[in-house]
Design a protein around this ligand. Structure first.
Ligand code: NAP
Ligand code: GLV
Length: 315
């Protein structure tokens, strides 16, 4: 059914970036009325909300909403909102300039382990000049959990560089040069052949804690873990235990269960952990605004938006 073509009234709640989003939206959607959360607006008349870490309770007053857009690839923050209306579509960003950045982050992190830079950093701290054999890249098996907009781009780039790449997703995928696995029944088999494990899953009720003491023990001894997805997907105490017992070689983490990472958290000064502060891929405003504007136009024509979240699967 085509919606009435009254100009959309858009509310932006984008943490510290409201004004930059508003400027880009005003330039792209000239017929819309656009407000930031700090301006005067009538909540009942808002048709579209663009959200990233919005204030608690904000959604309750937006009684005329036609769509909610996450200003990130992840929608866990939106779906966790207690007052989220059940009948309003939630839409996520797809790539929107993030895939290239994820590729850069993971090339660096995978090479960190493959070329022993973790070992050389520890040697430098002790002024040790010891050379190790250089591994063949084709012998280094990288497994990517999550083969969506970001995981598939990372898996493809690592394959091009020469790594032996496999991927795991909920439904079966076919990607050139990559061995694929699907479903929870294949998880342990998939993990058992990963020298480097990359996690690019969304946080959902099914993926929360999926990397725990039991599943991580299926990784070969001396495997490394890279997580730039969400902290809650890994049970942090189990990861620390497997690093400390020597089963795992190291971890490269962009996310944590609590962010910012608390000052006294054991990750900060763990010799086998590298931490970055959730910077693997930032939302690019221009690309995102194009996607959001296209989706508003699609919905106005009565079409299904791209990136529509399936509330049942949580992504
Ligand atoms: P996406 O396109 O929705 O892809 C999600 C992938 O995960 C899909 O391949 C999906 O399988 C798979 N998956 C979901 N649930 C699963 C399950 N229970 N078992 C196995 N596979 C499952 O997501 P994306 O755009 O690639 O983004 C992935 C995540 O990256 C985001 O949700 C966000 O949390 C994180 N992220 C982090 C940063 C950062 O800076 N650190 C930036 C952007 C995004 P199917 O293909 O079968 O559906
Ligand atoms: C960032 O973490 C995102 O989900 O886009």
């Amino acid at each position: 059914m085509t919606r009435a073509t009254v100009p959309p009234k858009i509310l932006i709640a984008a943490a510290g970036a409201d004004d930059r989003w508003k400027k880009a939206m005003v330039e792209r959607l000239t017929d819309a009325k656009i407000f930031t959360q700090h301006e005067n607006y009538d909540p009942a008349t808002i048709t579209h909300a663009l959200l990233w870490k919005q204030p608690q309770g904000m959604l309750k007053s937006l009684t005329g909403l036609q769509a909610i857009f996450s200003l990130g690839a992840g929608v866990d923050h939106v779906l966790a909102t207690p007052s989220l209306p059940t009948d309003v579509p939630v839409i996520r960003l797809q790539d929107a300039g993030m895939a290239d950045q994820m590729v850069q982050y993971h090339l660096y992190a995978a090479l960190h382990f493959m070329r022993d830079f973790d070992i050389y950093a520890r040697q430098q701290a002790k002024a040790d000049w010891i050379q190790h054999d250089v591994a063949r890249i084709s012998h280094c098996r990288v497994g990517v959990m999550g083969l969506g907009a970001l995981g598939a781009a990372v898996a493809t780039a690592l394959t091009r560089l020469g790594f032996a790449v496999s991927g795991w997703s909920r439904t079966m995928k076919a990607i050139d040069g990559i061995t694929t696995f699907a479903g929870s029944e294949t998880l342990n088999e998939f993990l058992g052949q990963c020298d480097i494990l990359i996690c690019l899953l969304p946080r959902t009720p099914e993926t929360e804690g999926v990397l725990n003491g039991n599943s991580l023990s299926h990784l070969p001894k001396n495997a490394a873990v890279i997580n730039a997805a969400r902290g809650a997907i890994i049970v942090e105490a189990d990861l620390l235990r497997l690093l400390d017992t020597g089963h795992l070689r190291g971890a490269f983490l962009d996310v944590a269960a609590t962010e910012p990472l608390p000052e006294n958290h054991p990750f900060w000064d763990h010799p086998k952990i590298r931490i970055t502060p959730h910077i693997a891929a930032e939302t690019r405003i221009e690309e995102s605004v194009d996607q959001i504007a296209d989706n508003i136009a699609r919905m106005t024509r009565g079409e299904t938006p791209s990136g529509l979240v399936d509330r049942m699967s949580g992504y």
